[in-house]
Every structure is written in structure tokens, then in C-alpha cells.
Write a protein that binds this ligand. Structure first.
Ligand SMILES: NC(=O)c1ccc[n+]([C@@H]2O[C@H](COP(=O)([O-])OP(=O)(O)OC[C@H]3O[C@@H](n4cnc5c(N)ncnc54)[C@H](O)[C@@H]3O)[C@@H](O)[C@H]2O)c1
Length: 346
């Protein structure tokens, strides 16, 4: 059995995808990689890990040869807000590494997973029920690299028969690793603040509506897509997927159902607000449901409950909540609910 390479594996998605792939295919079959040396990142030790800089094609070739790689989950990217502060680097990292991976996949006969994003759409795209096939004229560098990436993947599939598949993912919410500088990071930040008993200043306006998905659903969708009979895939790059369409105010209201004293104020960051305002409010994921059975399990209420439960358990483990402005009463309520709850089974 050929091995599965996860690039950018120490990021928000890889921290959950690599363990899920190991659980499904066996620890020996998955090789995780990122820029850090294994010694500097403890989670790298949870299975086979090796440093790999994907801007270096020769290093990817050597890696593929040494580990007999037959499948690559290419998670390397500079995310939306960070990309706007250094667009040249974003292009280099997002496009050159993907191109290198596709070249190597072609040479070694490997399959590829590429995560695109709701950022591949722009202000001229229909914002509600955004169709699978529609206008894609993004105004951010991150979005430009995601559209170019989708097209590059399609090109390698059509011309060189590389089995490459992709998802247009919404904002991802997770508790294992911190988000890497995206526009939907507020959701994770807000849930973390609530679990710590702190108040939260949100960088998006209260009514900013965006698609979101809980990381376990994203990981399940990636695995399911890669296991689907290729004959069923009408859209390789990339399928719209989403689990909920929410605003910061709605998330705060959900949190307050479990932590009534949680306080949010709004200090809008003009850069991230303008990025959010250029993205869809709700994706149409019917093609993914129809073609390969996409079916997320977590809506807003279930995700909020699970996040608070798991984050609360971590707060308890690390000697209780920090005190940065959250009321002692609110902290007690959150830690009590975290201790009392059984986190939903995955
Ligand atoms: N997190 C989200 O909400 C979200 C939403 C939609 C799509 N995506 C996409 O999913 C993928 C993973 O996202 P993430 O949130 O885990 O990102 P992240 O920023 O948390 O992780 C990216 C990882 O890539 C690594 N990296 C950067 N340059 C590298 C290089 N040259 N070689 C090797 N590794 C390098 C970084 O060290 C980092 O660990 C990205 O393609 C992203 O665009 C993420």
C-alpha cells in the first residue's frame, strides 16, 4: 500500500486530518510534513513526521521516492487576512507549492486533495445559495490563488490524468489547533474566550453572514471525497460544501444559551470586514450531496455545544480559566457545564 503525504500538517486542518487518516489507514501509511522540524513541534511525534518545504520541488520528489507516496493532501497555504498583508508571498506559497505537488503527483502517479475555499468567489458572485458553477472573480489575493489553484488542478486532471479532487471549504471551527489567520477565525476566538470565561471583541460586524463547518465534518468530507468512485465526480475542483450560515451575533447567542454572562463587543477590522463582505453568505452544496453523499453532522447548536465542552475540558486540565475580564460567575458556569457534559461522540 502506497503512503499518504499530508503537507502543511501542523496547521489548523492538518492537526485533525493527519490523525484521522492514521486512524483510518494505519499509522504507518501516513507521513505528515510541515516547515517545522519534528523536535520543535510536539504533535509531530504522534506519527511519522518529516520536515518538507513545498516550495522546493526536488525535496518533494525525494520525499515521494523515499516514502513511496501515492496520495497527497496538500494543506499548505497562507490564509486570507495574512495574504493581504504580503500578497507576493501568498502567491508564492499558495500557487508554487501546489504546482510543485501536481508536477510530482504526475511523475509519481499519485492522487491529490486540494482544499479550495469560499474565498474563490467574489462580489460579483450571487451571495445567497451560491451555485456550484458561477462567476468567480475574487478581489483578495487568497481568493485569486484559490481560483488559480482550482484551474491548475483541473488542468492536471484533464491533460495529465492526475486524479485530483477538491472542496470549496467555508470557515472551519476547531479546538485542536489555533486558526492560521483567516477571516472566519472570529468563531474559534469567540468560543475560546467563552470557554475561558473571558469577554470577546469581535473583528467582524454582528450581522456578517458567512458559511462555517465544524472540523470533524470537514475531515469526514475530505476522506469521503477521496474514497468516492471517480466516475461519480462531475466537478473535481472543487465541490461547494457547508454546514451552516451564521453571523457573529447568532454564534454569541448560541454561546449565551450555555454561558448566559458571556459578553461580546464589536471592534470591526476594516480589512477583514471587507474580505468577508466580498464572500458568499450561503453556499449551495447540493452537487456534493448528490454526487458523493456529503452530509455534515454538526449544525450551529451541536457545534457550539461540542466546542465549549472540549475547550472547557482543556481549561479544566490546564489549572482552570485565566482571568482577563470575564466574571467569576461566568467562569464557574462554563467550567461547571464543561465538567458536567459528555462531549458528543465523534
Ligand atoms: N482553516 C480554514 O478555515 C480554511 C477554510 C477554507 C480552506 N482552507 C484551506 O485548507 C488548507 C489548510 O488550512 P489551515 O487552516 O490548516 O492553514 P494553516 O495556516 O493553519 O496551516 C498551513 C500550514 O502550512 C505550512 N506551510 C506554509 N508554507 C509552507 C511551505 N512552503 N512548505 C510546507 N509547509 C508550509 C504552515 O507552517 C502551516 O502549518 C489551506 O489550503 C487553506 O486555504 C482552510
Amino acid at each position: 500500500m502506497r503512503r499518504i503525504l499530508v503537507t502543511g500538517a501542523l496547521g489548523q486542518m492538518g492537526s485533525e486530518l493527519a490523525p484521522a487518516l492514521r486512524a483510518r489507514h494505519g499509522v504507518e501509511r501516513v507521513v505528515a510534513s510541515d516547515l517545522a522540524t519534528s523536535a520543535s513541534r510536539p504533535q509531530a511525534a504522534e506519527g511519522h513526521y518529516e520536515r518538507l518545504d513545498c516550495t522546493r520541488l526536488e525535496d518533494i520528489r525525494s520525499f515521494m521516492r523515499r516514502h513511496d507516496v501515492g496520495e497527497i493532501h496538500h494543506l499548505v497555504a497562507v490564509l486570507s487576512a495574512v495574504a493581504e498583508s504580503d500578497p507576493e508571498r501568498a502567491w508564492r506559497v499558495n500557487i508554487e507549492t501546489l504546482h510543485n505537488v501536481l508536477i510530482a503527483a504526475r511523475e509519481f502517479g499519485a492522487r491529490v486533495f486540494f482544499p479550495s475555499s469560499i474565498a474563490a468567489f467574489g462580489p460579483s458572485t450571487p451571495r445567497v445559495d451560491t451555485p456550484q458553477v458561477t462567476v468567480q472573480r475574487p478581489t483578495t489575493m487568497y481568493g485569486v490563488t484559490k481560483v488559480a489553484g482550482e484551474l491548475l488542478c483541473d488542468y492536471y486532471a484533464a491533460h495529465f490524468n492526475v486524479d485530483v479532487r477538491g472542496l470549496r471549504l467555508p470557515g472551519l471551527v476547531s479546538y485542536v489547533a489555533q486558526p492560521g489567520g483567516g477571516t472566519t477565525d472570529y468563531a474559534v476566538e469567540m468560543l475560546r474566550a467563552a470557554a475561558l470565561g473571558e469577554r470577546y471583541s469581535c473583528f467582524l460586524a454582528p450581522k456578517t453572514q458567512l458559511d462555517m463547518m465544524y472540523m470533524p465534518d470537514a475531515v469526514a468530507a475530505i476522506i469521503q471525497l477521496m474514497e468516492t468512485d471517480p466516475a461519480r465526480l462531475k466537478h473535481r475542483n472543487a465541490y461547494n460544501v457547508t454546514a451552516m450560515s451564521v453571523t457573529p451575533a447568532e454564534l454569541a447567542a448560541q454561546i449565551r444559551q450555555r454561558a448566559p454572562h458571556f459578553v461580546v463587543d464589536y471592534r470591526v477590522d476594516p480589512l477583514r470586514q471587507s474580505i468577508a463582505d466580498s464572500w458568499p453568505q450561503s453556499l449551495d452544496a447540493s452537487a456534493a450531496r448528490r454526487d458523493w453523499g456529503f452530509a455534515p453532522r454538526f449544525g450551529l447548536a451541536a457545534m457550539t455545544e461540542d466546542m465549549l465542552c472540549r475547550l472547557g475540558a482543556r481549561v479544566d486540565e490546564s489549572k482552570g480559566p485565566r482571568r482577563h475580564g470575564g466574571t467569576a460567575d461566568a467562569e464557574r458556569k462554563i467550567t461547571r457545564s464543561a465538567r458536567g457534559a459528555t462531549c458528543r461522540a465523534r
